[in-house]
Design a protein around this ligand. Structure first.
Ligand code: 13P
Ligand code: SF4
Length: 370
């Protein structure tokens, strides 16, 4: 081992690797000051009434967009309930604050409604990582398999699917398909797919996509945090790596995480999902403490690896602008939308049957692709 003299200069490269989502972070809006914020909220409340519109927001977007949605009769929820609520609401315009696939799903389910999004460039790494041509070739290579795709995909990918799932129903749907003898082709999230495969024992071939947010959670660091907080329960979204899921007291979708936090008999929780979730968790659970699970991204150049840059693009200023000017309307090719609607309708019927205590498995055909 060479010795380093006191006056030797050691060259250390402090430069961080480029952030893969820098292009998205530069589009994240600057927070408006208190007066502008109040003006924008008033303007949005007025425009929602004038335009017969309702806000549908995901748990990961800015707290202002979550609170305003609820306060004005809209919804804050997970991707499954956003789809259902948008389809069933009487408003003629939906303002969807979230990422692109959520707006597209709303349009597919409500072709006659106007679907506006604050930011059309709000993508998702799962969607971007599963282009239709490559996905079609993957399906063609496995014609005997039932194609199950996650909601975080393009309309074209959904149009190749037999079933759509979100993280709140994927386990039940794959278990029901497996029970009826289906072999599964799964896309795109590899961690969620692996988790479901381990839970159900289903025969699954998988696309190897991942979520840039959940993929960052680290098991070793999580164990150290658990050591410092021995009473804390660990809540994990199943888009996280297997070794992180293995440490969880509860695994589930954003709504399942909220439910677990409410129902579990603990005062402290470590949460492995996008930190946008903290707003609702803290609001609904006063007196309980929520700690972010650790990621690798604690450097000065990384804003936070536990926050989705595409979700962060949604802001008050843009909501007011799209409502006022009818900008950023979502369009889905009608033929693609008609085919993509099939797997979405199957998922909604399955989950409605589950909720109603009916035999959801009866909706799954016995053999072959659905
Ligand atoms: P949920 O379906 O749990 O809302 O998740 C959507 C999502 O994008 C998670 O990263
Ligand atoms: Fe996609 Fe991950 Fe962002 Fe969810 S958090 S929208 S899965 S990139």
């Amino acid at each position: 081992m060479s010795e380093v003299a006191m006056n030797d200069v050691i060259e250390v490269d402090y430069e961080q690797p480029a952030c893969a989502t820098q292009h998205a972070w530069v589009r994240v809006p600057v927070e408006p000051g208190p007066q502008r914020r109040a003006e924008l909220k008033d303007k949005i409340r007025r425009l929602l009434k004038e335009r017969n519109a309702v806000m549908v927001s995901h748990y990961y977007v800015h707290p202002d967009l979550q609170d305003l949605a609820e306060e004005t009769g809209g919804l804050v929820s997970d991707s499954l309930e956003m789809a259902r609520f948008g389809r069933d609401h009487a408003a003629t315009t939906l303002v969807v604050s979230g990422v692109r696939f959520m707006g597209e799903t709303a349009k597919i389910l409500s072709p006659d409604k106007t679907i506006l999004m604050p930011e059309l460039e709000a993508h998702c790494s799962l969607d971007l990582g599963c282009p239709i041509d490559a996905f079609s070739a993957f399906c063609d290579a496995h014609p005997d398999r039932t194609v199950v795709v996650y909601a975080n995909t393009s309309a074209a990918v959904k149009a190749r699917a037999d079933w759509l799932v979100t993280s709140s129903c994927a386990l039940e749907i794959v278990a029901a398909l497996h029970a009826k003898g289906h072999k599964i082709l799964w896309a795109p999230d590899k961690h969620l797919g692996d988790y479901i495969q381990r839970q159900t024992g289903a025969d699954m071939v998988m696309w190897q996509g991942s979520c840039i947010v959940h993929d960052e959670f680290k098991a070793t660091e999580l164990q150290a945090l658990m050591h410092d907080h021995p009473q804390a329960k660990v809540l994990v979204h199943p888009e996280s790596p297997a070794d992180v899921i293995a440490l969880a007291d509860a695994v589930g979708s954003t709504s399942a995480i909220l439910k677990a936090a409410r129902e579990m008999d603990a005062r402290e929780f470590i949460v492995a999902t996008d930190n946008g979730m903290m707003h609702k968790l803290r609001m609904l659970n006063p007196g309980k403490t929520f700690i972010e699970a650790p990621t690798a991204g604690n450097s000065a150049t990384c804003k936070s690896c536990a926050h989705c840059p595409w979700m962060a693009m949604n802001g008050l200023e843009a909501v007011a602008q799209v409502l006022e000017q009818g900008l950023n309307a979502i369009h889905v090719d009608p033929a693609t939308a008609a085919r993509a609607r099939l797997p979405i309708d199957r998922m909604l019927a399955f989950t409605a049957a589950l909720k109603g205590g009916n035999d959801a498995g009866a909706l799954v055909p016995n053999i072959g692709a659905a």
